[in-house]
Design a protein around this ligand. Structure first.
Ligand code: URA
Ligand code: SF4
Length: 189
């Protein structure tokens, strides 16, 4: 993973490199059973070069804690590795240019579970696994068994933790989905 991280740190393949302070390659356990994939770095992630260390990260930490999952046991990364200006959505072209890095990371970690956080991660991963979807509100709370990049994986689409910041309904649903993940982890040992 380290050579890949080095490559990402100096990458200039799409225009997002121009305004970044730090590319955020990802972090965590390389043997993780669970890989969490967010959308893109935000302000603090860009400053610190680490994923989910701002307000959304705080929510994520709480969810993991309640599900009894340690941040040290998971791998966390994003669909695109550099912060889009003003936290705008990543463009399709930026996603297309950056995701070979994500694919490579998935192949290195080979997780049992891929948790997608938000619609960008969900649509990228589910399309890659040839699963048709009808939007994140319909697909969260379910687990999709799939063949992804040549191996078996369970895909668990969830809302983005930032959505839970100001909306208790999303917070509850996100919590429920992490509890579902917890049960599934226990079931599969
Ligand atoms: N939001 C994301 O999608 N990813 C991060 O790393 C932080 C906030
Ligand atoms: Fe490279 Fe991805 Fe950053 Fe674009 S977002 S410069 S492709 S690392």
């Amino acid at each position: 993973m380290e050579p890949l991280a080095d490559e990402i740190r100096i990458c200039r393949k799409c225009g997002l490199w121009r305004q970044r302070k730090n590319a955020v390659h990802g972090e965590g356990n390389l043997d993780a059973a669970v890989m969490l994939i967010g959308e893109a770095p935000g302000y603090w992630e860009d400053v610190k070069g680490r994923p989910f260390v701002g307000a959304a990260g705080k929510i994520l930490d709480e969810m993991l804690l309640r599900a009894g999952i340690s941040r040290n046991d998971v791998y966390i990364t994003n669909v695109v590795k550099c912060r889009p200006p003003e936290n705008r959505d990543p463009l399709p072209s930026e996603i297309e240019t950056c995701t070979p890095y994500l694919d490579h990371q998935i192949k290195i970690v080979k997780p049992k579970f891929i948790v997608t956080l938000g619609r960008h991660a969900a649509s990228y991963i589910l399309a890659k696994a040839s699963i048709e979807t009808k939007g994140i509100t319909k697909i969260h709370g379910r687990i999709y068994e799939a063949d992804l990049l040549g191996f078996e994986v369970f895909i668990v689409p969830m809302y983005h933790p930032a959505a839970a910041l100001y909306n208790a309904k999303y917070r509850d649903e996100l919590d429920e989905d992490f509890q579902l993940l917890k049960l599934e982890l226990e079931r599969l040992g």
